[in-house]
Design a binder for this molecule. Structure first.
Ligand SMILES: *Cc1c(COP(=O)(O)O)cnc(C)c1O
Length: 400
């Protein structure tokens, strides 16, 4: 018989009861070091006192009002995001897919309002992940996810990640914009070269296209800067965010330049929950932590420590790993073809470490941004033991 909870996921048999910082405890009392952060979402760790207090106090005052009214918490959060980024205006929603949908709508609307409604197509990239709604399945373009759900939504063209000639060749009079993750997360922790991002900016300017960045996974300090595109020294025209911005509370956002945002007039876009007082209070509390002086410098320091540790790990276990990829606190261990990332993930669980598998047989880690160097060292020891579990000769030893 089908479980009451719809079986849409391959769940590990772990049920967590509570968390504190980078640590989590299961209902049966086992302790884990969380290097997954609920897929880069629990950005400031579990049970952060500032976030917990803010949510609890706001919940007691008012949880939901409607966008029929002003929401001071949303006005404040938008103002702060504008101040800290390229954007002139922010729209709040509830998830990454919803933010991406709105972002694509904003791009299409921009051209329609500028007298070119025929420009509605987005150039996207092979290996991308943009979410699970009907349009974002088409933007993602992965046959496996699209199968069985009818004709894909029109208007998404795919080219190889990092290939500038292919991008240029794909531009037609119907092209509206280019949509890209600065680092492909689900696709295997693949960073775009900074030069490629700069070239995309230039080609958008040349052809009047909008550059739309999906920073759902890479944003909110994960790369060591607030937004990953800052490493390339470029500004997008519009950007989506979610995951880390609510610190575990559902919150998504579209950040846009005025030339894009000005066309989203009343009646063009909306959502019931988006930008509510509780979610925006969470968003403000997360910003308090992430924008505190020195916080992102510390993320960058710990991230470099983690990177070095991963390089040592890959060198020490050449039969398990063949390289390291990623940036900041979004790092992947590229595993050998014979070593399945799901098995490596299970070996990590056996050592007390939570990780996340990613595409191209990569083991991904995305610890909370509050992680310390000492905790990184603990994780590296667990990973070292997990690698030994996976080493072919070790399993032969064990079989004797
Ligand atoms: C997770 C993710 C999404 C989808 O976000 P949801 O909140 O699951 O809808 C979109 N884009 C990227 C890059 C993501 O990592």
């Amino acid at each position: 018989m089908i479980p009451a909870l719809m079986p849409t996921y391959n769940r590990a048999d772990l049920a967590f009861e509570r968390g504190e910082g980078a640590w989590m405890w299961t209902v049966d009392g086992r302790r884990f070091l969380d290097f997954g952060s609920g897929i880069a979402t629990s950005s400031i760790g579990h049970g952060h006192p500032h976030l917990v207090k803010a949510i609890a106090e706001q919940a007691a005052k008012v949880m939901h009002v409607s966008n029929l009214y002003r929401v001071p918490q949303a006005e404040e959060l938008a103002r702060r995001h504008v101040e800290a980024s390229f954007a002139d205006s922010v729209f709040f929603c509830n998830s990454g897919a919803e933010a991406n949908e709105g972002m694509v709508k904003a791009v299409r609307k921009y051209h329609a309002e500028n007298g070119q409604p025929e420009r509605f197509r987005m150039i996207c990239f092979e290996g991308a992940f943009h979410g699970r709604t009907l349009a974002m399945l088409a933007a993602t373009g992965n046959e496996k996810y699209l199968a069985g759900f009818g004709p894909p939504v029109q208007g998404f063209d795919h080219v190889p990640f990092g290939n500038m000639n292919a991008v240029r060749d794909a531009i037609t009079p119907e092209t509206a914009g280019i949509m890209i993750e600065p680092i492909q997360g689900e696709g295997g922790v693949r960073p775009a070269e900074l030069r490629f991002l700069r070239e995309l900016r230039a080609v958008c300017d040349e052809f009047g296209l909008l550059l739309a960045l999906d920073e759902v996974q890479t944003g909110m300090g994960r790369s060591g800067k607030l937004w990953a595109h800052q490493w390339a020294g470029i500004e997008p025209d519009v950007m989506s965010a979610a995951k880390g911005i609510g610190g575990g509370f559902p919150l998504g956002a579209i950040l846009a330049k005025e030339k894009v945002a000005q066309h989203l007039k009343p009646g063009t876009h909306g959502t019931t929950y988006g930008g509510g007082p509780l979610a925006c209070t969470a968003g403000n509390a997360v910003l308090d932590v992430v924008l505190a002086p020195g916080f992102l410098d510390q993320v960058d320091r710990v991230a470099r420590h983690l990177w070095r540790g991963f390089e040592v790990l890959a060198e020490r276990h050449p039969t398990v790993a063949e390289g390291v990829r990623g940036a900041g606190l979004l790092i992947g261990l590229q595993l050998r073809p014979g070593i399945a990332n799901t098995e490596m993930q299970a070996a990590c669980v056996a050592e007390g470490l939570l990780t996340v598998a990613a595409g191209q047989n990569v083991l991904r880690v995305a610890p909370p941004l509050i992680i310390t160097e000492a905790e990184v060292d603990q994780a590296l020891e667990m990973l070292d033991r997990a690698c030994r579990r996976m080493t072919p000769s070790a399993s032969q030893e064990a079989a004797k």
